[in-house]
Write a protein that binds this ligand. Structure first.
Ligand code: HEM
Length: 236
């Protein structure tokens, strides 16, 4: 079972994610989008989407610090474990809370807004439910679990296990004694990764890198005066 959960499942999910994404890019480019639903409902979307997206970028930063950077690096810099965990709990917990509020708003909107619900596919629910499970469990670990039991040292278990997957040397025994909540968090995260090619999450490959540097596009003039000036210039 341990071999299945911590070695086979991650590779299975990564394979589905990579092969599925290449397939969808090759045969389904016209649906390669996170189909906007802004026209159907704006209020919840404005807050939910902004909170979720700002939050998730900070959470990704936290995962790089906790999973990709080895504990030896922090020790070499002289960062005490207590300091690392205090930052992880307060900054990570705040980022997780923002992300959690965002995803909850998006989930409520998709379930309870009739117009959004009618235009939703099953895959939209799969995405939001999986995101909610992963984020809720992660946030639970960082705040509630750490608050009760003290910070869990994932940099000596989950971190090396995660990195070893990418050098084809995974060690299932590193994950066997990890708290159950964190185990389910990781398993749900792999399932989320595997779902990417079949859902609106494909848009994560198409980050608009050129957006900050591109020339601004003006869709309409801001004031009546500007509109008039534009019409005069255009000879209307
Ligand atoms: C296999 C992939 C993943 C692993 C191994 C992993 C592991 C972890 C670990 C070790 C923590 C810290 C728990 C603690 O403080 O005791 C954490 C927290 C968290 N994770 Fe993940 N995670 C993964 C994927 C994800 C994904 C895909 C998301 C979001 C969609 C996510 C969202 C969170 C959140 C919101 C927190 C709490 C706040 C924070 O620490 O930033 N995780 N995760």
């Amino acid at each position: 079972m341990a071999q299945f959960l911590w070695v086979i499942l991650p590779y299975l999910c990564l394979a589905v994610m990579i092969v599925g994404s290449i397939y969808r890019y090759t045969y389904g480019q016209l649906s390669w989008t996170s189909k906007s639903s802004e026209i159907l409902e704006k209020g919840f979307l404005r807050y939910g989407s902004v909170l979720f997206h700002y939050g998730i970028f900070a959470v990704i930063g936290g995962h790089v610090m906790g999973l990709l950077i080895p504990i030896s690096f922090y020790h070499a810099l002289g960062v005490p474990d207590e300091v690392y965990h205090a930052v992880a709990i307060y900054a990570g917990g705040a980022a997780g809370l923002v992300t959690w509020l965002g995803v909850i708003l998006l989930l409520i909107r998709r379930i309870f807004n009739k117009r959004v619900r009618k235009h939703s596919s099953p895959s939209d629910y799969v995405t939001l439910v999986l995101l909610t499970i992963v984020i809720t469990l992660g946030e639970f670990m960082t705040t509630v679990y750490s608050g009760i039991n003290g910070a869990y040292e994932y940099r000596t278990t989950v971190g090396p296990w995660f990195r070893d997957i990418f050098v084809f040397h995974p060690n299932a025994s590193l994950m066997v004694h990890v708290p159950l909540v964190l185990q389910i968090h990781a398993i749900a995260a792999w399932l989320l990764f595997a779902s990417i090619p079949f859902t609106r999450l494909v848009h994560i490959y198409s980050l608009p890198w050129r957006y900050p540097t591109r020339a601004p596009i003006q869709f309409r003039s801001r004031t009546r005066y500007q509109r008039k000036a534009y019409q005069n210039k255009a000879g209307q």
